[in-house]
Design a protein around this ligand. Structure first.
Ligand SMILES: NC(=O)c1ccc[n+]([C@@H]2O[C@H](COP(=O)([O-])OP(=O)(O)OC[C@H]3O[C@@H](n4cnc5c(N)ncnc54)[C@H](O)[C@@H]3O)[C@@H](O)[C@H]2O)c1
Ligand SMILES: O=C(O)[C@H](O)COP(=O)(O)O
Length: 529
């Protein structure tokens, strides 16, 4: 039974599928502080949050069972991604579910700003019929500067066109072609600052975007600018903005987000008559909350059930077409990694993966992750998974090298894993999927074999002499070890050879030691897959 903790207000309808799942138990505990959450998170396999819960290193460390943190929304700046990745905790978000809702809130804020709606409301309900103080401006023919033309920024630009606005757009990934298609003018930050009448920001909060609009920008800003922030507090320097408003550079601002949320009671926005504020409501509609909760619940279920998933924030996205081609090889890849690690008897400093055949023309990184996980899990245990395996390899100075070849000798796809150890020894194992036969190991070091990678195996290195098979079989029989299958691999008669046996149960260390006493037998190790 998987236990899921919901620590922020998330739509019940949206998480219904989690609550209906027979293998899942959902508990809601909102408003918890860091210590309170850290005290209980160890019981849970998944944590669902919005932006209120700060999922810190301390909480990740306490979440010893945690497989996934699901963010029912876009921004994940409240989640310590590095801490999650280091611990193999997958972080997913719901990037699409609240796009339109936030775009509409942005427009609501822009209109409210242009027509002084909240201020007029407050005065009217206060009994003052004031028709002089709230002279507004039209949006038509005004210039809107959009910083960040992703999902939300693009939707805002579309609607601004319908309002007859001219749009200047800045986004490092916005091409001239796409700008023309969207009928916006590609602009720099400086262009927007000096020419726009309204500015709206729709970027993530990153070291690059933090305070991207601050004192230097206000000093050259077009006088009378109106600024909207429904993205993240901190993109616009709040202190510098208040100064610019007080100096008459900025005519007004509408903020849904703050550098620190909730803002302190003495926050200058809260007492400034030219600043409109809402309490991070950009995604707060029935529709958006159902959307993001459904999206995140689906992926959390997939992850808990070890099924393919999407929207991982701390892993690169994989196209479904690529995933469909790679997924059949995940299991054999992980087993090859594990087999190689169990065969190598020295510390590994390089994992070389070679893809030969059809797979050489796709991005094989997801499959490489399973191979690396297989290598590392042998020594590092269950704390290794496809999220943190590359991070763990790098942190141990283990170099992961991938090579590809369009052709492979006789196989549709051949995966070859070679481990290099610190004393320059190499351990090689190659495998594939054979139609009708499934997973097969087809090479160990330089020896061809044909072995199903499963169960308990004994890998023996010996000299190719008559009687070797009989001696091994007799000794194992004397120790009540039943042989299910046996393969011998050799390159030349009388030379070096290997024997790979599949046996019915784990082999005692003593039996392996007895094997090494047999004449012409060089080594015997047990491999469990
Ligand atoms: N107020 C709310 O409740 C609310 C709701 C949803 C999203 N958001 C926030 O709004 C922001 C945008 O969301 P989205 O879904 O459009 O994200 P998105 O990833 O689709 O778009 C973000 C865009 O910002 C661009 N960008 C990154 N750095 C930039 C920079 N330095 N200058 C200009 N552009 C830059 C990216 O290229 C990208 O196109 C996110 O921070 C998200 O957390 C807030
Ligand atoms: O990044 C987001 O999705 C928004 O900031 C929404 O945050 P919320 O889920 O806390 O409303």
């Amino acid at each position: 039974m998987f236990k899921v903790l919901v620590s922020d207000p998330i739509s019940d309808l949206g998480i219904q599928q989690l609550m209906d799942a027979a293998d899942v138990q959902v508990e809601k505990k909102t408003g918890l502080g860091e210590d309170e959450l850290a005290a209980i998170i160890g019981e849970y396999d998944a944590l669902l949050v919005r932006s209120q819960t700060r999922v810190t290193e301390k909480i990740m460390a306490a979440g010893t069972k945690l497989k996934v943190v699901g963010r029912a929304g876009v921004g994940v700046d409240n989640i310590d991604l590095e801490a999650a990745t280091k611990r193999g905790i997958i972080v997913i978000n719901a990037p699409d579910g609240n796009t339109i809702t936030t775009c509409e809130h942005t427009f609501a804020m822009m209109m409210a700003l242009a027509r002084h709606i909240p201020q007029a409301y407050a005065k009217t309900v206060g009994g003052v019929w004031d028709r002089k103080s709230f002279l507004g401006v039209e949006l038509r023919n005004k210039t809107l500067g959009v910083m960040g033309m992703g999902r939300i920024g693009s939707e805002v630009a579309k609607r601004a066109k319908a309002f007859g606005m001219n749009i200047l757009a800045f986004d490092p990934f916005l091409t001239q072609e796409r700008a023309e298609k969207m009928e916006v003018k590609l602009a720099s930050v400086d262009d927007i600052i000096r020419n726009a009448d309204f500015m709206t920001v729709h970027t993530p909060l990153t070291p690059e975007t933090r305070h991207m609009i601050s004192r230097p920008q206000f000093e050259v800003m077009k006088k009378g600018m109106r600024i909207i922030n429904c993205a993240r507090g901190g993109i616009i320097d709040e202190v510098a903005l208040v100064e610019a408003i007080n100096e008459g550079i900025v005519a007004g601002a509408a903020f849904d987000v703050f550098e620190i949320e909730p803002p302190q009671i003495d926050h200058p926005f809260l007492s400034n008559p030219k600043v409109i504020v809402t309490p991070h409501l950009g995604a707060s509609t029935v529709e958006a909350q159902e959307n993001v909760a459904i999206d995140v619940s689906e992926e959390v279920l997939h992850i808990l059930r070890n099924e393919p998933f999407k929207n991982a924030v701390n892993m690169p996205p994989v196209a479904a077409s690529v995933m469909n081609r790679l997924q059949p090889y995940f299991s054999i890849g992980e087993k090859l990694g594990s087999f190689a690690a169990q065969s190598a008897n020295q510390a590994v400093n390089e994992i070389h993966v070679d893809y030969a055949g059809d797979l050489s023309d796709v991005d094989t990184l997801p499959l490489t992750r399973y191979i690396v996980k297989g290598v590392l899990a042998h020594h590092l245990g269950s704390g290794v998974n496809i999220v943190n395996c590359m991070h763990l390899a790098k942190s141990r100075d283990i170099n992961v090298v991938v090579t590809k070849a369009s052709k492979s000798k006789g196989f549709t796809n051949l995966l070859t894993v070679t481990l290099k150890t610190q004393n320059n020894e190499e351990t090689l194992v190659a495998g594939t999927l054979l139609n009708g036969y499934g997973e097969r190991i087809v090479q160990i070091d330089k020896f061809p074999v044909d072995v199903a990678p499963e169960g308990h195996q004994i890998l023996i290195s010996h000299n190719d002499k008559p009687g070797m098979i009989g001696s091994v079989g007799t000794l194992l029989g004397q120790n009540d070890v039943n042989i299910a299958s046996m393969q011998v691999g050799r390159k030349i008669i009388g030379g070096e050879a290997i024997m790979i046996l599949t046996v019915d149960k784990a082999v005692q260390k003593d039996v392996l030691n007895q094997l090494t006493t047999l004449p012409e037998l060089n080594s015997a190790i047990e491999i469990t897959l």
